[in-house]
Design a protein around this ligand. Structure first.
Ligand code: UD1
Ligand code: CA
Length: 454
């Protein structure tokens, strides 16, 4: 049977105090509604209908997919009216799942429970027991069976005692849903077309109404303001941190990590506090990440150690490498096994071959650094002449003295040496020493300047 998903996202989100439509506000790396769309796709939906009211242009710019149809709800006349906007697209013989664009943390496993709960001919509701049910629609049961939902504002004192609440998320047959939506009225306390009224209609037709429940409340929470959004962010981050720990990583503090993408870890990975991971990051076995590191779209090889305050982006760090503290490793950089960069070393589009080292205060751009090369402190590759970028090649075993300027394009030969403080603008042959600096003069008996009388 095919599955269509209707995502309600027409609310303006006034309480966000933002020009951005509410559902475009982010949790971790993507907007709330993108999380919901991801979940819909993970339960193998065939079509997704996004019901929007505001910022349609922006939504369509930001969110794309062949399976996505944008459906406008020009006036917000209620949740039933919102779902009805998609009715023209829904097929009679398919399942229709209703999700909310501002409820981003519903687990796929919970949606699957809901899908499994619906037996043929019936429908399924995701409900949750809340200690404080204020504001929610209450689930009415008779002899254990669900017979309806009553909204807070329409409820009697007795109904307000019910703690089983409607999350809003439900699953019904397309044909049934369209028929019920067509019969909704807005004669209620809020003058809205309530989606929740279809439950009594289903009961009236003797349809079975099944329920499923989330594992935690946060799965069904929405964000109406930035405080709630921040709470969802922390809940999401804790969930990701727990996934990493279950996968074998040790986190010094699972409350102090941010994962904005997908991180995979090997065993015995250690992550200290306040690290941010973005995009696709993989950490192999025995990797140690120090405090305050930012790692973006990078692979870190087995046994590598990233020291505190390092930033690594679009780079590959090989086995047993070490980087930092305060290393900045920029896109296109590859550190091969056992290479090392220390504090205040910046690299861009550079290969550090096996065992090469740059311990301190260095910029290596567009470079190929050979095996076991030693780069002295303060070495700068002058890779940019203001117009063009050029390459620096340093062959295996070379030794670059401290405070060198390597003016690219330039090649330093195998086992060559450059003297400290040299500006190297010409190629250096293998096994050669190149020194290029003003000769030192020692002036004996030189008198220091004295203060001039005024
Ligand atoms: C709704 C449910 C309530 C449930 C609660 C869970 C109804 C009538 N009530 O109440 O039983 O406990 O959610 O949070 O369904 N929306 C539209 N178009 C509209 C109206 C709403 O797209 O015309 C969207 C909103 O953007 C929001 C969602 O639907 O994402 C829920 O709307 P809201 O008005 O917050 O419903 P509640 O009163 O909270
Ligand atoms: Ca609500």
């Amino acid at each position: 049977m095919s599955l269509s998903v209707v995502i309600l996202a027409a609310g303006k989100g006034t309480r966000m105090r933002s020009n951005l439509p509410k559902v475009l506000h982010p949790v971790a790396h993507q907007s709330m509604v993108e999380h919901v769309i991801d979940s819909a796709r993970m339960v193998n939906s065939d079509n997704i209908y996004l019901v929007y009211g505001f910022g349609g242009e922006l939504l369509q710019q930001r969110i794309q997919g062949d399976d996505l149809t944008f459906v406008e709800q020009a006036q917000q006349l209620g949740t039933g009216h919102a779902v009805d906007m998609a009715s023209a697209y829904l097929k009679d013989d398919e399942d229709v799942l209703v999700l909310y664009g501002d409820v981003p943390l519903t687990k796929v496993s919970t949606i699957e429970k809901l899908i499994n709960a619906k037996q043929d001919g019936g429908m399924a509701l995701l409900t949750v027991n809340l200690a404080n049910p204020t504001g929610y629609g209450r689930i009415e049961r008779l002899g254990g069976n669900v017979v309806g939902i009553v909204e807070q504002k329409d409820a009697t004192a007795e109904q307000l005692e019910i703690t089983e609440c409607n999350t809003g998320i439900l699953l019904a047959n397309g044909g049934d849903l369209k028929r019920w939506l067509g019969n909704l009225s807005n004669e209620n306390a809020q003058g809205e077309y309530y989606l929740t009224d279809i439950i009594a209609m289903a009961h009236g037709e003797n349809k079975s109404i099944h329920t499923a429940h989330p594992d935690t409340e946060v799965e069904v929470e929405g964000a109406n303001n930035r405080v709630q959004l921040a709470n969802l962010e922390r809940a999401y981050q804790l969930r990701k941190a727990e996934e990493l720990m279950i996968a074998g990583a040790s986190l010094r503090d699972p409350n102090r990590i941010d994962i904005r993408g997908k991180v995979t870890v090997g065993s015995e990975v250690q992550i200290d506090v306040n690290c941010i991971f973005e995009g696709n990051v993989s950490l192999a076995d025995d990797v140690a990440i120090g405090a305050n590191c930012i790692i973006i779209n990078s692979q870190i090889g087995q046994g590598a150690s990233i020291k505190p305050n390092s930033i690594i982006e679009n780079a590959t760090i090989g086995e047993n490498c070490s980087a930092g503290p305060f290393a900045r490793i920029r896109p296109g950089t590859e550190m091969k096994a056992g290479s090392h960069v220390g504090n205040f070393v910046e690299m861009k589009n550079t290969t550090m071959r096996e065992g090469a080292k740059a311990g301190h205060l260095t910029y290596l751009g567009d470079s190929d650094i050979g095996k076991k090369v030693n780069i002295g402190a303060g070495t700068i590759t002058c890779n940019y002449d203001g117009v063009n970028k050029s390459k620096t090649i340093i062959k295996d075993g070379a030794f670059i003295g401290s405070n060198a300027s390597l003016v690219a394009p330039v090649t330093i030969g195998e086992m060559a040496t450059t003297g400290a403080g040299s500006t190297i603008a010409k190629d250096v042959e293998d096994n050669t020493l190149a020194v290029s600096r003003a000769k030192q003069r020692n002036i004996q008996g030189w008198a220091r300047p004295t203060k001039k009388a005024k």
